[in-house]
Design a protein around this ligand. Structure first.
Ligand SMILES: [Zn+2]
Length: 520
């Protein structure tokens, strides 16, 4: 049987500045989905990368007295380094300066668009926003200024190549309206739909070489450079090997999920589908749109000097606390706020006193029991596997675990990361309460089975945490002594379905380990 595939991308980061916490959020959200689908047994391809061409990059390089290539190499390396510090599981990293993979794909696509009559040259006079690095229309203006950059556009007159997006306007409207490309959340779907309904205009896909040197030149016209959106979006297929129509491309395209920020929905929900329709390629299944991170209520920006640096954050608090905060505190589809105070509050209440404390408590209880009863292993064998729990008040915890697992699956499928973590943390609170009620530190007839319940609950918590906080999950498995059942066994391994699984390795060789989250 062939495995199901799952292809997920982030947008590619623009290399005019160093990485900040906002893009880290997107990477982590995509990583959770990639890990989750791997645990479901799918063949996953998770792509990220950097978008390196354009006048803004050339300008930023010049300011540092570097040539653009050298400048991009440095910045791109920083983005690449996020993989390690944020513990990302991406399978590939594409750079738009990659002349072996990206450029041939761009040229192939350009020629195909042209062949279809969708690329044409025209004298153009239009409004140009240097912030957007794009020609914009009156629709994009608020009070005569670019709605995103709050600056007045320049009027530019030049000869460019255009992409005939208008031809596909009605079709794209239907595709988005009918959820053939599903846009999450609904509010963003309505936003883009309203935009498309006004009618999509043809868009400029190139600029004169003299104004835009840093880029890929138009095939058969050295005087024109392909303009950022006309080539950057193609990274999603170039990385798979569109140029040579590779096996990987055939296997993974169409993409299952594009993760993007709300500022670039227009490009992914309107221009990209238009290009794909023209190229005769299948459309993305889902576009997931996240919000922005504010800092103390303010937009994160270089000029305000409030950029949150992911490298510093991880250095100070560690990878999983950073992942946890971004996934839990920032609502997955809306804007959320970062402050160090909020971060430390979340850390202390949820991680140190919540998860960390529960793990330490349960493992201590189990270790004591093991010391008293050297044969815990054999005794465990006589306990009923979780699926068949009925007595000793144990059914209550089973119901709670089942409910949490179900909700966690549903919420993950809806990209509601913050809510999924909230329900896992409800189970953690339930376990704390269970300990208070059942008093397993006192010797009694039910003591071993109560501790067993808690161990099973912990194993479930760890299993559900795998996509979110994989290192923490591993450490919990470690302390539970579950080594024979590894990540590859998937999300569905707990609770053990049968006694044979218990015999095969599901034994509780609990061993107290380091404190997961020391208080700060
Ligand atoms: Zn703008």
């Amino acid at each position: 049987m062939t495995k199901k595939k799952f292809y997920i991308t982030t947008s590619i980061a623009y290399t005019n500045a160093l990485p900040h916490a906002g893009f880290s959020l997107e990477l982590i959200q995509a990583d959770v989905m990639a890990r989750y689908h791997r645990l479901l047994g799918k063949d996953v391809f998770f792509l990220t990368g950097t978008d390196e061409h354009g006048a803004k990059v050339a300008k930023a390089a010049k300011e540092e007295n570097k040539n653009p290539k050298e400048f991009c190499d440095e910045i791109s390396a920083k983005f690449k380094a996020l993989k390690k510090i944020l513990n990302l599981s991406n399978d590939d990293f594409i750079r738009t300066t990659d002349q072996k993979r990206h450029w041939p794909a761009v040229k192939k696509a350009w020629l195909k668009l042209k062949e279809n009559g969708d690329i044409y040259k025209k004298q153009y006079k239009g409004l140009y926003c240097s912030g957007c690095e794009a020609f914009i229309t009156r629709k994009d203006l608020i009070d005569g200024k670019c709605a995103i950059h709050k600056r007045e556009p320049e009027i530019i007159k030049e000869e460019n190549y255009f992409f005939r997006l208008s031809k596909y306007s009605k079709e794209i409207e239907k595709i988005i309206g009918k959820d053939k490309i599903k846009i999450i959340p609904k509010s963003r779907k309505n936003e883009i739909l309203n935009f498309i309904k006004q009618g999509l205009d043809d868009i400029s896909f190139s600029r004169p070489r003299k104004d835009l040197k840093w880029g890929i030149s138009v095939p058969n016209d050295e005087n024109q450079t392909i303009y950022v959106w006309g080539e950057a979006l193609l990274n999603y297929i170039s990385a798979l090997g569109y140029a040579e129509n590779s096996e990987r491309f055939k296997k993974f395209w169409p993409v299952d999920v594009h993760c993007v920020g709300k500022d670039i929905l227009k490009f992914h929900g309107a221009i990209w589908p238009g290009m794909l329709l023209s190229l005769g390629l299948e459309l993305p299944k889902t576009i997931f749109v996240h919000g922005f991170i504010t800092v103390g209520g303010q937009k994160m920006s270089k000029s305000l000097g409030n950029i949150v640096d992911p490298f510093e954050l991880v250095k100070k608090y560690g990878t999983d606390p950073v992942r946890y905060f971004l996934l839990r505190e920032i609502p997955s589809v809306e804007d959320g706020d970062f402050t160090y105070k909020k971060f430390e509050q979340r850390y202390n209440s949820d991680l140190a006193s919540g998860l960390g404390n529960l793990v330490a408590r349960v493992i201590t209880l189990a270790e004591r029991l093991k010391i008293k009863n050297q044969k815990l292993k054999t005794q465990i064998k006589n306990f009923t596997p979780l699926d068949n729990f009925i007595s000793n008040g144990a059914s209550k915890i089973k119901i709670e675990i089942d409910k949490t697992r179900k909700e966690c699956h549903c919420l993950l499928n809806e990209f509601k990361f913050n809510e999924a973590l909230a329900v896992i943390w409800e189970l953690i609170s339930f376990c704390d309460q269970y300990i208070e009620n059942e008093r397993p530190w006192e010797k009694s007839k039910k003591q071993p089975s109560v501790i067993y319940d808690l161990l099973v609950a912990l194993a479930n918590i760890a299993s559900m945490l795998q996509p979110f906080l994989s290192e923490t999950a591993k450490e919990i498995f470690n302390q539970l002594g579950i080594k024979s059942i590894d990540e590859k066994r998937g999300f569905k391994i707990y609770p053990p379905k049968s006694r044979s699984l218990l015999r095969r390795g599901w034994t509780w060789r609990v061993k107290k380990g380091k404190s997961l989250f020391p208080r700060i």
